[in-house]
Design a protein around this ligand. Structure first.
Ligand SMILES: NC(=O)c1ccc[n+]([C@@H]2O[C@H](COP(=O)([O-])OP(=O)(O)OC[C@H]3O[C@@H](n4cnc5c(N)ncnc54)[C@H](O)[C@@H]3O)[C@@H](O)[C@H]2O)c1
Length: 363
């Protein structure tokens, strides 16, 4: 079992990684905990029953709630459902929520834990590639509201995170693709790792075998950033939003037919095209990126997307200031944050994107 410490101003905690993480799971439950609610994603409950049996506490637990998580249900109604369950079962301030699922469930669980009695403990057991390398780390929680992604939420760090890569074997192909979309963001953030990620993601795509090393390297990048800027106050953490302003607009405008990681993949290409427009990178970088990760395909519904709807959603992004759309984009030397662009630039890069994708026959 490997472990990484996440240090933040509000909490220091460990992420444990390995196929044996559940053997010592019980030892990490703080003694002060009065009751545990296990929140389990419905698909994980159905498809991963053998793995779940390894969590001894779960088998003994009286309080298990299976959640049908979908982006449309990542909302205040699902949050209320969880809060009601906690109240009806007399959960007190010393209670703990253990969430077992992807980023969706982790975000809702973290949000619920952060507001119930002004905050109870939360342990994350991420079961998708995306949630393991990204959403379970760093304490961002939240739900969608009024059609806007993650507009309601908190910063609330978990007690610990347990990653068992064996969960990924049961992921549908589309979820593997989605996970890789978020994973390769780290390859752009840390160019030294570009070749490593390029080769490893190709392997993952064809086998679903995600090595502990990929997870460790990704989490280390995120851990370093979160340590410096837990609440996105200094701007450093905004680097992690690379491609995300586009991605959130694309996901919302597609009515969530496109998965988060698929949208992030497209969002990164769009961010690269913006950089090229402002002469911040050579065109070769876009071509290489698309070519290196061309095995990542995108849902066909992307072709029918109404770009004006995407722009409408991008306008309401939390990162915008002074009426311009603020992007995170790569340049030759570093990642630039708060890069303001006019809406016409957004329309323009979408036009260019279709040319690139056609060239590489990415559908
Ligand atoms: N908090 C953050 O910092 C952060 C960062 C990135 C993304 N996110 C959020 O994460 C969410 C996406 O997370 P996700 O990609 O994990 O999606 P998800 O949680 O929706 O899971 C994807 C699908 O896979 C199923 N599933 C989960 N684990 C499985 C398993 N082991 N086997 C089979 N099926 C399984 C789920 O039921 C779901 O249908 C988005 O809502 C996004 O906003 C949050």
């Amino acid at each position: 079992m490997n472990k990484i410490q996440i240090k933040t101003k509000t909490k220091n905690y460990y992420v444990f990684i390995g196929k044996d993480v559940f053997e010592s799971f019980e030892d990490f439950i703080p003694e002060s905990v009065s009751k545990i609610l296990f929140l389990i994603d419905r698909n994980v409950n159905e498809k991963c029953s053998v793995l779940l049996k390894k969590i001894k506490l779960l088998n003994k637990s009286k309080y298990n709630l299976v959640i049908h998580s979908s982006e449309k249900k990542k909302n205040l109604i699902t949050t209320q459902h969880i809060l009601k369950y906690l109240i009806e079962n007399n959960f007190d301030r010393r209670s703990l929520i253990v969430s077992i699922g992807g980023g969706l469930l982790g975000d809702i669980a973290g949000f619920s834990a952060s507001i119930y009695m002004r905050g109870i403990k939360h342990i994350q057991i991420p079961t998708t590639i995306l949630s393991a390398v990204d959403s379970s780390i760093g304490g961002k929680t939240g739900v969608n509201f009024y059609g806007i992604k993650n507009i309601i939420g908190t910063f609330y760090q978990p007690e610990s995170v347990f990653i068992n890569p064996a969960f990924f074997y049961s992921l549908p192909k589309i979820e593997v693709i989605s996970g890789l979309g978020e994973l390769i963001k780290y390859a752009i953030i840390n160019p030294k790792l570009y070749d490593f990620y390029k080769n490893e993601t190709t392997k993952i795509f064809f086998t679903k075998e995600v090595s502990d090393e990929v997870i460790l390297k990704s989490i280390k990048i995120k851990a370093d950033i979160v340590k410096e800027d837990e609440k996105e106050e200094k701007g450093i953490r905004k680097i992690l939003n690379l491609g995300h302003t586009f991605a959130h607009g694309i996901e919302s405008a597609s009515n969530f037919k496109l998965k988060h990681g698929e949208a992030v993949f497209i969002g990164i290409i769009l961010a690269l095209i913006v950089s090229r427009k402002f002469n911040l990178i050579e065109e070769e970088r876009i071509l290489n990126f698309i070519n290196d990760f061309r095995f990542i395909t995108v849902n066909k519904s992307f072709a029918n997307l109404d770009i004006s709807k995407v722009v409408d959603f991008m306008r309401s992004d939390k990162k915008n200031l002074n009426g311009k759309i603020n992007l995170v984009i790569p340049s030759k030397e570093k990642i630039l944050i708060d890069f303001p662009v006019e809406e016409k630039v957004i329309y323009n890069v979408f036009e260019e994107l279709s040319k690139y994708l056609k060239k590489y026959a990415i559908q």
